[in-house]
Design a protein around this ligand. Structure first.
Ligand SMILES: [Zn+2]
Length: 260
C-alpha cells in the first residue's frame, strides 16, 4: 500500500484546498508513491519522542495535526528540534504528513468533534468559508447548565488542568460557540451567534475584556482543544483500512505544563 493511498481518504474528508494560505498541511517528508513500511502513528505534533515511538512500533508514516515544518528551513544540521525531527524521520524512512487548518475548517472537523464531546445539538459553522466549510461551530446543549457546571464538564471531558475564563455572568449556559486552537479572531462571530459561552484557546490578556458581558470566553488550552485530531484521523482511517496497524500515539503530550 502506498503512502498516497493512505492519505487519500484524509484529503477527501479535509481537502488540502481548505487549508489557510499560511499553512503547510500535506505530505512534508516522504513520497506519495512510496510503499508504506509497517504501521501508521497518529499524534498532535511531531516530536523526537513521537518519532522514537514510531520507530519502536514499526511505523513508516506519522500523521499529525500540526505540520513539523511551518517556517522555511535553510539548513538541516540538527541545531533545532524541527531540524532534528526531520533528519530523524528521513534517516529512519518515516514519512511525515500533516492535516492542519484543513481539518479545522472541514465539515465535521475539529470544532464539530469538540461540540459532539460536549453534547451540543443543531451545530452550525461559526465563520463559514466555502461549501459548508469554515471555522468554529455554535450549537445548543440539550439541557441548560450553570456556568460552573459547564466549566467543570469542559475540564473533565478534555482533561484540562486549569481553565482561564472571563468574568462569569450568573446566567445559564445553553448556547455554546467553539473554535479549537487559537480562536481570538472569531470573537465577533461568537458575539453575533448569541452564545452564552465561547470556548477556544490561546487567548491574550485583552481578549478576556472583549466579551463585554455578552458572553463568557473560556481558554481551554491549545493542546487540550486539539487532542481530538487523533480521534478524527483514527475514525477516518480505521473505517477504511484493516491491512496495517494504526496507532494513537502515547507520546503525544501537551508542551504546556501547569503548576497548580
Ligand atoms: Zn493548533
Amino acid at each position: 500500500m502506498l503512502i498516497g493511498d493512505i492519505v487519500k481518504p484524509i484529503e477527501e474528508f479535509a481537502p488540502l484546498s481548505l487549508q489557510e494560505s499560511y499553512d503547510n498541511a500535506g505530505l512534508i517528508v516522504g513520497r506519495l508513491d512510496d510503499e508504506l513500511q509497517g504501521g501508521v502513528l497518529l499524534a498532535v505534533d511531531v516530536t523526537e519522542e513521537v518519532i522514537d515511538e514510531a520507530i519502536e512500533k514499526g511505523c513508516g508514516l506519522i500523521i499529525t495535526h500540526h505540520p513539523i515544518i511551518f517556517h522555511p528551513l535553510k539548513r538541516l544540521n540538527s541545531a533545532s528540534v524541527v531540524e532534528r525531527c526531520v533528519e530523524k524521520a528521513i534517516r529512519n524512512n518515516i514519512a511525515l504528513y500533516a492535516c492542519h487548518t484543513n481539518l479545522d475548517s472541514a465539515p465535521n472537523g475539529m470544532s464539530w468533534r469538540v461540540g459532539e464531546m460536549l453534547g451540543l445539538q443543531n451545530m452550525e459553522v461559526l465563520q463559514p468559508t466555502i461549501e459548508g466549510a469554515g471555522f468554529g461551530v455554535v450549537g445548543t446543549l440539550a439541557e441548560p447548565m450553570t456556568e460552573g457546571d459547564f466549566l467543570a464538564k469542559v475540564k473533565d471531558a478534555f482533561s484540562v488542568d486549569a481553565l482561564r475564563h472571563s468574568a462569569l455572568l450568573s446566567r445559564e449556559v445553553r448556547r455554546v460557540a467553539i473554535c479549537t486552537g487559537a480562536g481570538a479572531s472569531l470573537m465577533k462571530e461568537a458575539k453575533a451567534s448569541k452564545c452564552d459561552v465561547y470556548l477556544t484557546a490561546d487567548l491574550k490578556y485583552n481578549d478576556f475584556y472583549t466579551p463585554d458581558s455578552h458572553f463568557v470566553v473560556v481558554d481551554m488550552g491549545h493542546f487540550e482543544s486539539e487532542f481530538c485530531a487523533i480521534a478524527i484521523l483514527f475514525d477516518i482511517l480505521s473505517k477504511i483500512f484493516i491491512n496495517f496497524a494504526l496507532h494513537k500515539s502515547a507520546q503525544s503530550k501537551n508542551p504546556v505544563h501547569y503548576f497548580v
